[in-house]
Design a protein around this ligand. Sequence first.
Ligand SMILES: NC(=O)c1ccc[n+]([C@@H]2O[C@H](COP(=O)([O-])OP(=O)(O)OC[C@H]3O[C@@H](n4cnc5c(N)ncnc54)[C@H](OP(=O)(O)O)[C@@H]3O)[C@@H](O)[C@H]2O)c1
Length: 314
Amino acid sequence: MPAIGLGTFGSDKFTPAQVADAVRGAAGIGYRHFDCASVYSNEKEIGGAFADIQRDGIARGDLWITSKVWNDSHGRVVESCEQSLRDLKLDYLDLFLVHWPFPNWHPPHCDVSSRSPDAKPYIHADYMKTWAAMESLVDRGLVKHIGTSNMTIPKLQLLLKDCRIKPVANEMELHPHFQQPDLFEFVKSQGMIPIGYSPVGSPARPERDKTPEDTVDIEDPVIVRIAQRLGLHPATLCVKWAQQRGQVPIPFSITPRNYMANLQAVAGTPLTEQDMKDIAAIDRNCRLIKGQVFLWKDNQTWEDLWDLDGTIPS
Ligand SMILES: NC(=O)c1ccc[n+]([C@@H]2O[C@H](COP(=O)([O-])OP(=O)(O)OC[C@H]3O[C@@H](n4cnc5c(N)ncnc54)[C@H](OP(=O)(O)O)[C@@H]3O)[C@@H](O)[C@H]2O)c1
């Protein structure tokens, strides 16, 4: 897996055409890893970009393309994967992820208080049915690898115990103010790759996902100080730190100067040991993508999704 990928979630702000243009531009300057998902509603346009990229001479084998099955399709994993392959104009995916461990979903642009009427908690037997369908995709050669996203240690422990084909990666929120050290170490200890989403702290996330408690990584004085010393934008420093720490960051950007800077930064001179220590010390345990819409009962808080006391609530 290439050490940095380009995120493709255009949020409410960027059109599929803008994101597809960023994919073309990023491939042109050296990106080979793209993080897609059916729920981002832009796989058709990105598929056009992938076709162009390959026509321009980049071999399919040099690309790493990830997609994800959305929560409304846990019972139709194969159909979802086939649709993503058609949209992305590919014969296979390098990695296919279960986007969230819950089958609960919501209409686009809804408020965080929205709940799907038949919302359920995590039910391991149901997840394993979804996982068996994920395994069948590997058997059929439609995907090279399968993985998880937004999992916790208790849920991963159950999956690792019961799976036939192991997840190779867990995609999880990771940035200086949300380092998830326990989950990060657990994922690595299982030989899995932590893929870090929102590595810059997702400054352009939808307004509905912002709360007054959220902190801003790129304004942290330690990040600003080190970035200034190195002549980098604080966002670029966050991406560089992520890669050097051992996760695979997938920053979103539609701005050529920014996605170029992020790629150059991960290829450049490493941060010092002291820089790495200083950034390790600014973790604020500040989860930004809380997942409220995936809750299954009234009067719950988003913490119920994340097994904070080591058990999975039912
Ligand atoms: N598995 C999941 O559940 C999940 C959840 C969330 C996200 N993701 C994935 O992770 C990707 C990234 O996360 P994200 O989009 O939430 O946030 P992010 O990558 O942390 O932040 C993206 C924002 O940072 C800006 N930025 C990026 N590089 C910059 C630079 N060098 N200098 C200045 N600004 C910079 C971008 O602006 P410009 O466009 O102007 O550069 C953009 O507004 C998503 O696109 C998606 O693929 C996955």
